[in-house]
Design a protein. Structure first.
Length: 689
């Protein structure tokens, strides 16, 4: 009898594992798929290359001689995009693009929004900068010195990040920003060599001011981009599944400055708090959101080559403190499907409430490429047991296969948003790695030349067999790039011809990929996805930041029902007064903000929407979570065809003095600007519109 029980358990385990690892894309009836795709329509526009470029377009990076053999691998990241409001027209229609082909940060009006200002590049004036060994890899927009003006943080390969502080709202060009070091250096000294791939902002310690989280990839001090370097540029990851010898996550706490220098800002480096719990992972994405509704944001770090990390926030003002949380494994749960214990390649992440329980879920990209490496993407859905955070337990289960989001390709940014305003989230994902091509067939091997003539070698030489072999190499060897196989451009191809999936929910609740039906199934090689309502019509638009090729803007023209765009939406631009003693009451104004003085975006403010059918939706004013795409800092809800003239929203936020506040407001569909103010009683009703 005992043997029968054990046998049945093994059979059950085999069935569960088989369902995880042999699953395929969601299949639906063609008619239903056509009906789903008919709800969406996007007009695409290629984003023109930087008009200020004075040199030919690059197709790869210049690298240290010891990395020349893996140049395609090293050159596979860096494209980034941010959508924000820099010109003060109230719309997030200004594009900050890192185009690796020109190796600079270009700020320009988003396509189709008019010639509101000439495109320009941010230059690191007055600070040490060597263009031959330093390259921008992303941007983050925020009011970092709390003067009501929107600033830009740029992060790089080859140096520490730079804060570009806005000096005046009267002009928008390179000269209207003053560069300042985030990490102080001695006069005449060189900045530390960091290799940053993620940055986000949130009030980590609950003091009412926004702090910064920066995620680094290679080890600090590496010499990746130095063509003239000697020796070995860096130590590579110590294994493919448990590597903690990367750059790690950095934490910078906001602190006040002298009233005599209001245009200067400073942050205190408190990174040891994160390193003590997480080691030095190879960070590719980071995010912060309040998961247990206690007013402090939790931190999620997506680590390449090792387990992702979820940190429960237990900080006090000026004193950051976290607890490392992991999920609970059962007999039928593969270890890598337990949050905090995976051995996958975390590269992108985003927040959203997929299971509609009023709590945030986490959508994470790994590598899940057929005939290559089939790990699994993650969808960590909340169990609702938020009290388990206090026990060091992450109250999430891995649900990507259940929802149809487990497979796609070599993933990067992953986003959840409602593009057709039906009240259900869609999922979009950036995919692809190194796009190979055959430029000189005569230089191929005899076998490859034969395959080329037969038409069997179209897109470069697939280097996945070599990469798979590398994955089984002894960890004592894999850290040395001299032992790696050759991944050299232009022929080397590693999942270079993937299609970015666009998932919408079928009637079953599972997501189905409709990218082909929407005509957006190009072989993009995408890193970042930036999402915002660019033209203010309530429909979310987005940008693909593509690597070594043109980036693309998609304008949302979806009309789910004939005649007009009938699905309603509700959008909130949430602003917070910067003066602690500001006596203004909370006010709600229809439309987009006109940037009133002494306010900033209320990053971290949470809105909970209660629909007439009793369902709950939740969203936050996001501070920049993800890999290299930065989207809207506003809150957006799709309402479907709800006939309600007004909707009840519970707002929670922290004042600049560090006090938690909450209230319930009634707002009609459409865009509104909410200026947070003094609330006499918790959950006091606001004015109904």
């Amino acid at each position: 009898m005992l043997m029968k029980i054990r046998a049945s358990q093994w059979v059950a385990l085999g069935l569960v594992l088989g369902s995880y690892y042999c699953a395929r894309e969601t299949r639906v009836d063609p008619a239903e798929k056509q009906g789903i795709s008919s709800r969406f329509q996007f007009q695409r526009q290629e984003i023109a290359v930087d008009p200020l470029a004075s040199e030919g377009l690059r197709t790869t990076r210049k690298v240290h001689p010891s990395l020349e053999r893996i140049k395609s691998w090293v050159s596979a990241t860096g494209a980034a995009a941010t959508l924000a409001d820099l010109d003060g027209d109230g719309l997030e229609n200004d594009l900050l693009l890192v185009d690796t082909r020109v190796d600079r940060v270009v700020i320009e009006p988003c396509p189709g929004t008019g010639d509101r200002f000439p495109p320009f590049s941010l230059t690191v004036r007055g600070l040490p900068f060597r263009s031959e060994t330093m390259s921008p890899t992303g941007t983050l927009v925020g009011d970092f010195n709390e003067d009501s003006l929107v600033d830009v943080l740029v992060y790089y390969w080859g140096r520490t990040p730079v804060l570009f502080l806005r000096q005046s709202a009267d002009s928008l060009d390179d000269q209207s920003f003053t560069p300042q070091e985030l990490v102080a250096i001695e006069p005449g000294a060189e900045p530390l060599r960091w290799f940053t791939h993620a940055a986000t902002q949130a009030d980590i310690d609950g003091d009412g001011h926004l702090d910064l989280i920066v995620g680094n990839f290679f080890q600090d001090g590496a010499d990746i981009l130095n063509e003239q370097g000697t020796g070995v540029a860096t130590v590579m990851h110590a294994g493919k599944s448990k590597a903690t010898n990367g750059g790690g996550a950095k934490l910078f706490l906001w602190q006040p400055t002298s009233s005599a220098t209001p245009q200067i800002t400073q942050f205190r480096n408190a990174s040891e708090t994160l390193e003590r719990l997480c080691g030095k992972g190879w960070v590719l994405a980071a995010g912060a959101v309040d998961m247990d509704r206690d007013g402090l944001p939790e931190i999620y770090l997506a680590h390449d080559f090792g387990p992702d990390r979820l940190l429960h926030n237990r900080s006090k003002p000026g004193d950051p403190e976290f607890a490392l949380c992991e999920g609970v494994r059962t007999m039928l749960t593969p270890k890598s499907f337990v949050l905090g214990r995976d051995s996958f390649k975390g590269m992108g992440m985003g927040f959203g409430d997929v299971n509609n329980d009023g709590l945030f879920d986490i959508y994470v990209s790994n590598i899940a490429d057929e005939w290559a490496l089939q790990e699994s993407h993650f969808l960590w859905t909340s169990t609702g047991r938020t009290e388990e955070f206090q026990k060091g337990i992450a109250p999430f289960v891995q649900s990507s296969e259940r929802y149809g989001l487990s497979r796609s390709g070599w993933g990067w940014d992953s986003r959840l948003a409602d593009f057709d305003n039906d009240g259900k989230l869609e999922a979009v994902q950036a995919t692809g790695f190194a796009k190979g091509k055959i430029s000189e067939p005569g230089k191929l091997s005899a076998i490859d030349q034969g395959l080329y003539r037969l038409g069997l070698l179209k897109h470069g030489i697939n280097r996945w067999p070599e990469l798979q072999a590398l994955g089984t190499t002894n960890d004592r060897m894999i850290h040395d790039p001299r032992f790696w196989p050759k991944f050299t451009p232009p022929t080397a191809d590693l999942s270079g011809y993937s299609v970015n999936p666009f998932y919408a929910q079928a009637d079953s609740g599972r997501f189905v990929n409709i990218a082909a039906e929407l005509g957006i199934n190009d072989f993009f090689n995408t890193r970042g996805i930036a999402i915002a309502d660019v033209d203010g019509d309530g429909r979310l638009d987005f940008v693909y930041a593509n690597q070594w090729e043109p980036s693309v803007y998609f304008h949302n023209e979806s009309s789910p029902q004939e005649g007009s765009f009938s699905n309603g939406f509700l959008g909130l631009h949430v602003l917070i007064p910067l003066e602690p003693a500001d006596p203004r009451p909370l006010t709600i104004t229809p439309g987009h903000p006109d940037h009133p003085l002494s306010t900033r975006r209320a990053i971290g403010a949470t809105a909970k929407l209660r629909l007439p059918n009793g369902q709950i939706r939740i969203a936050q004013a996001d501070g920049g979570s993800g890999h290299s795409g930065r989207g809207s800092q506003a809150i957006h809800f799709g309402l479907g065809t709800s006939p309600a003239a007004s909707h009840e929203i519970e707002l929670e936020w922290r004042t600049t003095e560090g006090r938690m506040q909450s209230t319930v407001i009634q707002v009609s569909p459409g865009w509104h600007t909410v200026l947070l103010g003094t609330i006499k009683n918790p959950l006091e009703k606001g004015a109904a519109l």
